[in-house]
Design a protein around this ligand. Structure first.
Ligand code: F6R
Length: 608
């Protein structure tokens, strides 16, 4: 996500910070800023746009003298990209400066509390709340103020903090957002990721959740959230700079797959409050939710596949008819949008030309549009009537993984919210589903841990010519995404079929050894899925099956089985897609393909 760099030492801080931030540029950001103590006060400079703008503004850091500072590249979450929303943020007296990565979930009540105490806010960010809160609790002891704030905020954060009254120290704090500190002969460093400081030092300390570090020019002290001092051992980083950018992963795609448990948590947890689902950004009253009589979901590629899952989930849970359309079709087919029709567009980049055009078309027809978008401040986010963000952070690999997973979560939340408000989801079912949702991150982690088994299997199919993915119901939606993941990065032809449709033509393509990946996670459709597997196996196919734990009957029909943990029948896509992503990835790696940048593809499709 965003980048943090801090320095305290013998050299000028600003050039070190600018250099460090430049090493994090690959992560994506929309604005940058720095705070440096100049001997009298904390000076802050920040601006929207590339880091180059900040470099020019500060003459490469020369106009910000001082050897203590913190810097930040921001990927907008709360509040659009703007100078005011860029970090660092100050308290009113400009004596405390804060940079922050992560999301403060309870920032609204905290903000209200601070406003009632006379604090004035100049940005829309959750971070500014932290600057004022620290100010509120600061009575001369920075550590005490910081830990008091840590006890009061919920969510994820990595922080760099400096106090004008303590110009010989800076602070680093972390919970659920990555942060490291490092040291060399010339000073100490804070960074949200290793590559930022690799030029200066390979001796780093990984900060654990709820730990605080006090950095001075020549040493560091570590504390718990209860202000108890602790000792930590340094780690020597052996990776080269290129590997470090990817956090040690071979490709961004693999790194992003591994970020999925966090993405799911980040998209989910801000919207679960007191055992209820609260989607403030939906902008719809219960009355309006009850008045919906049809939903159109419009998107492209993987976002469209998330939409197909959404159709099954929303229709199943909330009993609202849903039509899903590829945006390039929707915009030209003169769609019939009647009163009571809700339009939902889904897009990671928020810039996809066809999806944007579909949004505009719907608005012209007099309909409000809800955007499920990842990039804050993107065109779709700006033009949609309401935006529900997926908090996946920047996605660098062209083939989407974590943003897709976040889109599924957003759709589950919508379905459950609508089902509840419309009286289609009883208390017990609702609470069981909530518990299942909360378990998803740990279950995804478990599936990811099984990667070697999938890698071994994938190695057998490097030479495959055609692969088929089949499933029924939600499993058909998973098959579509599994098939796209394989073909777009490995260049192996693959197709997804509704399993029952195979025998209406496509089954003639099955030859001895053709791989058929069959997804069978829906208990009600299990027997039918099984007979479709038998059909293809009888014609020579090698059947890879993905099913729920306990469905051992499948071993009679499949040659190789991947079991996924049990979850609610509507959420299985979030689990079944993990082995399919890994399969596509490892086939592509085995073939030596450029996994992160497949040929002919762009991350953001801004043309028709
Ligand atoms: C496939 C993939 C694409 C995108 C599609 C829509 O891995 O990433 O199919 O899903 O181009 O892009 P967004 O979500 O940015 O609108």
């Amino acid at each position: 996500m965003c980048g943090i760099v801090g320095y305290i030492g013998k050299h000028a801080a600003a050039p070190v910070i600018l250099e460090g931030l430049s090493r994090l540029e690959y992560r994506g950001y929309d604005s940058a800023g720095m705070a440096v103590f100049d001997g009298e006060k904390i000076q802050i400079k920040k601006s929207v746009g590339r880091l180059k703008v900040l470099e020019e503004l500060t003459h490469g850091g020369a106009t910000m003298p001082g050897s203590i500072g913190i810097g930040h590249t921001r990927w907008a979450t709360h509040g659009a990209p703007s100078d005011a929303n860029s970090h660092p943020h100050y308290n009113a007296e400009e004596t405390i400066a804060v940079v922050h990565n992560g999301i403060i979930e309870n920032y609204l009540p905290l903000k209200e509390k601070m406003i009632s105490k006379g604090y004035r806010f100049v940005s829309d960010t959750d971070t500014e709340v932290l600057a004022h809160l620290i100010d509120y609790y600061y009575k001369g002891n920075p550590l005490e103020a910081i830990t008091k704030v840590m006890h009061r905020v919920q969510g994820s954060y990595a922080l760099g903090i400096m106090f004008a009254e303590h110009p010989d120290q800076i602070f680093a704090v972390r919970k659920d957002s990555p942060l490291i500190v490092g040291q060399n002969e010339e000073g100490c460093f804070i960074a949200s990721d290793v590559p930022a400081i690799l030029k200066y030092t390979r001796k780093v300390y990984f900060i654990e959740n709820q730990e605080v570090v006090r950095l001075r020019a020549d040493h560091m002290h570590f504390y718990t959230v209860d202000e108890e001092e602790i000792t930590k051992e340094p780690v020597t980083i052996e990776w080269d700079a290129n590997a470090a950018e990817k956090g040690g992963y071979e490709h961004f795609m693999l790194k992003e797959m591994y970020e999925q448990p966090k993405t799911v948590t980040d998209t989910l947890s801000p919207r679960i409050k007191d055992q209820d689902i609260v989607i403030e950004e939906l902008g719809m009253s219960d009355e309006e939710i009850r008045a919906i009589n049809k939903i159109f979901i419009v998107a492209c590629g993987s976002a469209y596949h998330a939409g197909v899952t959404g159709k099954y989930v929303i229709e199943g849970i909330a009993r609202i008819p849903v039509e899903v359309d590829v945006a390039s079709e929707f915009r030209y087919r003169d769609p019939i949008l009647e009163e009571g029709t809700m339009v939902v567009v889904i897009s990671q980049s928020g810039e996809t030309a066809d999806t944007l055009a579909a949004l505009r078309e719907s608005q012209q027809l007099g309909h409000k549009v809800l955007g499920i978008v990842n990039v804050v401040g993107s065109s779709i986010a700006r033009e949609a009537d309401n935006v529900m963000y997926t908090w996946a952070g920047p996605e660098i690999a062209v083939a989407t993984t974590k943003a897709y997973s976040a889109q599924l979560i957003a759709l589950y939340l919508l379905a459950m919210k609508f089902g509840r408000v419309r009286g289609k989801l009883g208390d017990t079912a609702f609470h069981n589903m909530l518990e299942d949702l909360k378990r998803l991150p740990a279950q995804i982690e478990m599936l990811l841990a099984n990667k070697q088994r999938i890698q071994r299997f994938a190695n057998r199919y490097i030479g495959a010519k055609d692969v088929f993915f089949i499933g029924r119901g939600i499993d058909y939606a998973i098959s579509m995404e599994g098939s796209l993941k394989l073909k777009e990065i490995s260049y192996i032809h693959s197709e997804a079929y509704a399993a029952g449709e195979l025998k209406h033509g496509t089954i003639s393509l099955i030859e001895e050894g053709t791989l058929v990946a069959a997804v069978a996670t829906q208990d009600g459709l299990f027997k039918k899925a099984l007979s479709n597997m038998v059909e293809v196996k009888a014609r020579g196919a090698f059947v890879l099956a993905v099913t729920n734990e306990g469905n051992t009957d499948i071993e009679k029909a499949a040659d190789y089985v991947i079991y996924i943990p049990r979850t609610n029948q509507y959420f299985t896509n979030s689990l079944a897609i993990i082995p399919l992503q890994l399969f596509g990835y490892y086939v592509a790696v085995g073939k030596g393909c450029d996994v992160d940048k497949p040929r002919n593809l762009a991350k953001s499709v801004t043309v028709e």
